[in-house]
Design a protein around this ligand. Structure first.
Ligand SMILES: [Zn+2]
Length: 288
């Protein structure tokens, strides 16, 4: 589909990384075209829902719903513990940490427990309120935009499973750069589209607008002013008896809800880590 022939609520975009209008088909899923930039290789959804439609999506509980994240919390705590341990090997001294898109605050709670001064900014108003009222976390409702936080006010910014959802990841990376102190660290986890598992399980154009490889993520962060420090494969823990609200597998899992509820009653939380090489975990640094 090209410019000019779009249904209402959709927009056609150029490549976020290099600005080219040179998209080639990559795949088609959920009725949407996923394309690869012929100039730089970035993979993205095009055309895609416009900003008003996206904001409505994230506040309507259609995806990323709070109940899903509460259900999978035992698994997420293990995954985010690995993420924080890896971060603390790179930067042992605790400081000010910003979690962008904390949802129900699982990572932020862990970070605070480990001695970080944690803050968050969350688009989903219900999830942000839950963070504040149930967990006592310092989380504001909104998006990370210029002026949201003072420049140079954080030592670490975490984008855990967030960058693939953004409509303008390059601009957000530049804002992250500005709110980090010199030598501050950006941590990104996101599906790794160079692997088969992400191609099979993580192509969800309704919510994942961008699909990174280590190479395209590196180019994007360098373009935003970062130094690329490290990148590795990052397998998440999954809670097999709490997949009722998962959007993976094209909406199949919610239909199996009763089965999951019985399994969870019988077995409790069954938490496993599969060597799928489904995600990547990247570290970049704001230069001095
Ligand atoms: Zn490009």
């Amino acid at each position: 589909m090209k410019r000019g022939a779009l249904p209402p609520g959709f927009e056609y975009v150029d490549c976020n990384l290099c600005g080219a209008d040179a998209a080639r088909p990559f795949t088609r899923r959920q009725g949407a075209d996923v394309v690869a930039c012929g100039a730089c290789g970035l993979i993205y959804v095009n055309p895609r829902p416009d900003p008003a439609r996206l904001a409505q999506h994230y506040n309507s509980d259609e995806s990323s719903r709070a109940q899903y994240y509460l259900d999978v919390e035992p698994a997420d705590r293990r995954s985010f513990t690995l993420l924080l341990e890896r971060l603390e090997r790179l930067r042992p001294e605790r400081g000010d940490l910003l979690d962008v898109g904390p949802n129900v605050g699982t990572l932020l709670t862990l970070a605070v427990e480990r001695g970080w001064r944690g803050r968050g900014v969350e688009l989903n108003a219900d999830a942000a309120r839950l963070c504040r009222e149930r967990r006592g976390l310092d989380v504001v409702t909104g998006v990370l935009e210029p002026g949201r936080f003072e420049p140079r006010s954080f030592d670490v910014v975490v984008l855990a499973d967030v960058i693939e959802h953004l409509s303008d990841p390059l601009s957000v990376a530049r804002v992250v750069h500005d709110v980090l102190r010199p030598e501050g660290v950006l941590v990104v986890s996101t599906p790794d589209i160079s692997g088969w598992a992400a191609r099979a399980l993580q192509v969800k154009p309704d919510e994942h607008l961008y699909y990174f490889t280590p190479e395209t993520l590196r180019k994007l962060l360098e373009r935003a002013g970062f130094e690329w420090r490290a990148c590795e494969s990052f397998d998440r823990w999954h809670n097999l008896t709490a997949m009722t609200h998962s959007t993976t597998c094209g909406g199949l899992l919610p239909r199996l809800g009763p089965l999951f509820r019985v399994a969870r009653r019988l077995l409790g939380d069954v938490v496993v880590r599969l060597p799928l090489r489904e995600n990547l975990l990247a570290f970049a640094r704001r230069p001095v």
